[in-house]
Design a protein around this ligand. Structure first.
Ligand code: ZN
Length: 451
């Protein structure tokens, strides 16, 4: 039996009461949290084989959960374009993509995520058996929703068949760290048959469905023209909405559609930076929260966002709402931390396993070094502290010192322990240059924007 102890830390439990424990101790046994509480109330077990002492200068948080990502090596490559024009250019990387590209993209992206305190990632990409291999090297928890499409000319994406095969070969492997979903690009890329197949696989294998929707105005207008109804109505008709479905974006969504998402328990992967960068607009997340939609946070990956730091995403996701509503009360630090942790766990149907620091859950935890200029000073007023605000509005991924998944330390002193970061970076750079060269050969095939 393996036993780890983390003590002298400020614990942000993100439990139902959002309890903060000023000087806390956590006991981890066999990868699970056994006890959480005040230091004086918890006896350190005799058989503890590792004690991590935070020196009361360290915050302990649940690992952050990125619920929408596309691993890629095309950072900074498609810029200054609105989503509808951006998408056909983005597709070039997929036209050229071979499995070695997907592998090196996954390694680089997961390394970045892990170092920034993300312990679970939902990745929609290609050749995902290689993404699983990359995740296995790093130790990160990975949900895979293959980028699948079948409407010509988008047949260079994955298929329902490869998606189903991936479920059979990879779902719940690596001690449950790998989970497979049914992935669908969107209503323009996927035929009705693909949606039917996704519903069938959800029933047959008990897996979730992940897809995009309502990202940009022209896209939603074209859906209405083509289908005579909104994206959410089409998805409802096709049996997609429900507790096992996670929708990315939903910026252009009406009041009735928001109610439908809430009533069916459909979760949102909200990507505030990506929506801003691609000129999509500002999602109506305060209303969605009020209506009861589970709102989680996604980075959308390096090509949509340029960075994958959920500390940034929490801050920006709050600020953009405060700015557009002219209301400083919208989205507190507490609410943003919930979005990046427990709401993400719920979106991935893992709220009983991860997303908060509570006994019985997996020890997916991060230690943030608070003895840094951007996180000081720290004040206390009873159990209340400004540190919560400092973590959400002042911290960044480079403040993360230690990252663990299932109690296994994957990042220590800010460095990945299982892999050579240098080797990953060098190989990604080499592969990326070759991919860029091959990608260029497809430029003549760029399709027209939707709308
Ligand atoms: Zn996406």
């Amino acid at each position: 039996m393996k036993c780890k102890v983390i003590t002298n830390v400020i614990i942000f439990t993100v439990n139902e009461k959002d309890e903060i424990i000023k000087n806390g101790t956590v006991i981890i046994r066999d990868g699970k949290i056994e006890k959480v509480g005040k230091k004086e109330e918890i006896i350190i077990p005799q058989d503890a084989d590792e004690i991590i002492d935070g020196g009361n200068q360290t915050a302990l948080l649940p690992g952050l959960i990125d619920t929408h990502n596309h691993s890629s090596l095309m950072r900074g490559v498609v810029e200054n374009q609105r989503m509808v024009e951006w998408l056909p250019v983005y597709d070039l990387e997929h036209r050229a993509c071979v499995e070695e590209d997907a592998y090196h993209a996954a390694r680089l992206c997961y390394l970045e995520c892990l170092k920034n305190g993300t312990t679970t990632i939902m990745d929609m990409y290609r050749f995902m058996h290689r993404s699983a291999e990359a995740a296995g090297e790093l130790g990160i928890r990975l949900h895979m929703a293959p980028y699948a499409a079948d409407v010509p000319p988008y047949t260079f994406f994955d298929t329902t068949e490869t998606n189903e095969a991936l479920i059979r070969s990879h779902h719940m492997t690596q001690n449950g760290r790998i989970r497979v979903w049914m992935g669908l690009e969107d209503l323009f890329y996927c035929s009705e048959q693909m949606y039917k197949a996704a519903v069938r696989c959800r029933k047959e294998y008990g897996v979730g469905i992940h897809t995009h929707g309502c990202e940009q105005m022209e896209e939603e207008q074209t859906v209405r023209k083509r289908f005579g109804k909104s994206t959410i109505e089409v998805l409802e008709e096709r049996g997609i909405l429900g507790e096992h479905t996670l929708l990315a974006h939903c910026v252009w969504i009406g009041d009735e559609d928001i109610k439908k998402m809430a009533a069916t328990g459909t979760s949102l992967a909200h990507c505030p930076t990506s929506a801003a960068k691609l000129g999509c607009g500002v999602a109506r997340t305060p209303l969605m929260r009020r209506e009861g939609v589970n709102v989680s946070i996604g980075s959308d990956g390096p090509i949509d966002n340029n960075g994958m730091d959920l500390f940034w995403e929490m801050k920006f996701g709050s600020l953009i709402q405060k700015a557009t509503h002219c209301d400083a009360l919208v989205f507190s630090a507490k609410e943003m931390l919930r979005m990046a942790t427990i709401n993400g766990a719920r979106a991935l149907n893992m709220e009983d396993e991860i997303g908060s620091i509570e006994a019985g859950k997996s020890a997916d935890l991060i230690l943030v070094d608070c003895a840094r200029p951007n996180l000081q000073p720290v004040y206390w007023d009873g159990d209340d502290t400004n540190l919560l605000w400092n973590l959400v509005f002042s911290a960044n991924g480079s403040n993360v010192d230690t990252v663990m998944v299932q109690g296994e330390i994957l990042v220590k002193g800010g460095k990945a322990v299982r892999v050579s970061e240098r080797e990953i970076i060098e190989m990604a750079s080499r592969q990326g240059k070759d991919w860029m060269r091959r990608r260029k050969m497809h430029e003549k095939y760029i399709t027209k924007p939707i709308g």
